[in-house]
Every structure is written in structure tokens, then in C-alpha cells.
Design a protein around this ligand. Structure first.
Ligand SMILES: NC(=O)C1=CN([C@@H]2O[C@H](COP(=O)(O)OP(=O)(O)OC[C@H]3O[C@@H](n4cnc5c(N)ncnc54)[C@H](O)[C@@H]3O)[C@@H](O)[C@H]2O)C=CC1
Ligand SMILES: O=C(O)[C@@H]1CCC=N1
Length: 270
């Protein structure tokens, strides 16, 4: 049983995913605290998960691990409120996109360990991809604590912090790209005359089947795609259209824009 108490500071969408994942993994509810801005949100979380709602000051005194789940744009204000009062033996785990750990360290007492984590929404079904980086004063034991929190929610990987903006562009935002592709292909099915529900079922199961093959076959995606692509067949006709429209370049540009946006968020953070 984990001995440490986690406080999710700013339990919105990601905070709730982390909270529910920790509970599913057996983290006891009495070792979980949450802070919120709206009282109604606190009541909802307390009723749904049996966790304790506290204010930020109580969270920093009672918890061992402070998981910061506020929007990056709100982190500065939060740290103005509590940063200087956080005892240096607490571990700060940032879930925030873009913000470097140095942003936290500059607003925390000297010596406070900070770990930066980028997870994603498939945490809801224990299929998250979580990348973990050590910031100032964080050693192996702190990375291990973050892994203990996030491993039950899916897969974890350690990366240097310098890679976190790219990670955010790939796996943090990644689910949205897949949902958009699925949405577009369902619409294509409707264009081809299929009932929407049928198109939905066909594409969702195809996405799941393809994903499981990608994970479990050990094959390179090129090989998997080639196996579907018959000479003068249907697939190559579709791929020809995609190449004409620059789908690969569009994806590269899109992920580059996401990485750049993470950098911009950091530059604008106060
Ligand atoms: N939504 C996503 O897919 C992902 C989000 N993230 C990161 O997770 C963080 C949270 O994102 P979401 O959950 O989507 O946002 P959200 O807006 O749903 O949650 C943030 C919560 O923090 C609360 N909050 C703000 N200031 C507070 C304060 N001073 N004290 C207490 N509570 C406060 C807000 O009321 C809100 O409920 C962001 O930093 C984001 O970059 C990271 C990976 C994926
Ligand atoms: O869109 C965002 O900024 C957040 C970070 C990664 C996923 N969602």
C-alpha cells in the first residue's frame, strides 16, 4: 500500500484522470486530496471518488506529493499563492504542458524536487502514455515515485526534459489527432452512403485492430501498410490521394506547431 499522500492541485480533467487511475490501482482514497476552484466541483469529486477536498494551504501541509493539474496559464498565480510555503521535502509533480521545471523551481524553496510529467487522456482506460523527466533536485527516487503513480495508468517512459515539448506534441496532444482522423473517416463513410452508426463501428474497430497490431506484431508500420496495399488495388488509390494532398507533410507541420505552441506557452507564462 502506498504510504504517501498525493494532493491533486487543480483537479480538472487531467487531475480527475490521475485521481481515478490512482484509485483503480489501489491507492487508498484516504491518501488522496484534491483542491479545486469551484465548490460544486469539489463536492462532485468527493461524492464520486471518496477523496478529501481541501484548500491549497492544507494540501501542501498534508500531502507528500503535489501533482499540479492547473492550466499552464494558471500555474504562476498558483505558485504566487503557495510556492514559497511548500516545504522543500515535498515532491512537486507538474502535469502542465510547456512549463519547464525551472519555472517551478524559481517559485519554490531551494531544494524542492520537481518532476515533469506528460500523460494523456487514454489514462481513463489505463492506456496512457506518460513521459517523465527529472527537474531540479529530483533524483531516481523521485522518478520512481512518479512511475509508481503513472505506471498503473498505462505505459511510462523516462525522457530528458529537453524532449518534453516534442513529447507533448506527439503523445500529449496525440489522442486528439487520432479522434480527428476517426471522425473524418466516419464522415467519409457517410459520404459513401453508409449509415453513420455502421461507419462508426467499422472505423473504430479498424482503429483498434490496427493499433493492437502495431503494438503486438513488432512490425514496422511501413510493412503493415504494405501488406494491405495490393498492386492496382483500392488502398493504393486512397494513398495516392493522401500523398497528393500532402497528408504526411501536414502531420509533420501540425506536430511542429504543437511543439512550438508548448514553447510559446512557456515563454508567455508569468
Ligand atoms: N487535457 C489533456 O489532454 C492534457 C492536459 N495536460 C495538462 O494538464 C493540465 C490540466 O489540463 P486540463 O485538465 O485539461 O484542464 P482543466 O481546466 O480541466 O483543469 C484545471 C483545473 O485547475 C483548477 N484550478 C485552476 N487554478 C487553481 C487554483 N489556484 N487552485 C485550485 N484549482 C485551480 C481549475 O478550476 C480546473 O478545474 C494543463 O496544465 C495541461 O497542459 C497534459 C496532458 C494532456
Ligand atoms: O492542448 C493542450 O494544451 C493539452 C496539453 C497536451 C494535451 N492537451
Amino acid at each position: 500500500m502506498p504510504k504517501q499522500t498525493v494532493a491533486v492541485i487543480g483537479a480538472g480533467k487531467m487531475g480527475e484522470l490521475v485521481l481515478s487511475g490512482l484509485l483503480r490501482s489501489g491507492w487508498p482514497a484516504e491518501r488522496l486530496l484534491v483542491t479545486v476552484r469551484r465548490a460544486a466541483r469539489g463536492t462532485e469529486l468527493a461524492e464520486r471518488y471518496g477523496v478529501t477536498v481541501v484548500d491549497n494551504a492544507e494540501a501542501i501541509s498534508r500531502a507528500d506529493i503535489l501533482a499540479v493539474g492547473v492550466k499552464p496559464q494558471d500555474a504562476g498565480l498558483l505558485l504566487d499563492e503557495i510556492g514559497g510555503k511548500i516545504p522543500a521535502d515535498k515532491l512537486v509533480v507538474s502535469l502542465c504542458a510547456g512549463l519547464p521545471t525551472s519555472f517551478f523551481a524559481a517559485r519554490l524553496p531551494e531544494g524542492t524536487p520537481v518532476v515533469r510529467v506528460m500523460t494523456n487522456t487514454p489514462a481513463l482506460v489505463d492506456q496512457a502514455m506518460t513521459a517523465i523527466s527529472a527537474g531540479p533536485h529530483a533524483g531516481g527516487e523521485h522518478l520512481a515515485i512518479a512511475e509508481e503513480m503513472f505506471k498503473p495508468l498505462g505505459v511510462t517512459i523516462r525522457v530528458p526534459e529537453s524532449q518534453q515539448d516534442a513529447v507533448t506534441a506527439l503523445s500529449g496532444s496525440g489522442p486528439a489527432y487520432f479522434y480527428l482522423l476517426v471522425e473524418a473517416m466516419i464522415d467519409a463513410g457517410v459520404l459513401l452512403g453508409l449509415p453513420r452508426q455502421v461507419a462508426h463501428e467499422l472505423i473504430v474497430q479498424t482503429a483498434i485492430g490496427s493499433s493492437v497490431m502495431l503494438r503486438d506484431s513488432g512490425e514496422h508500420p511501413v510493412k503493415l501498410r504494405e501488406a494491405v496495399t495490393s498492386p492496382a488495388g483500392t488502398t493504393i488509390a486512397a494513398i495516392h490521394e493522401m500523398e497528393k494532398h500532402g497528408v504526411r507533410a501536414a502531420l509533420m507541420g501540425a506536430l511542429e506547431a504543437a511543439r512550438d505552441r508548448a514553447r510559446e506557452i512557456a515563454a508567455q507564462a508569468k
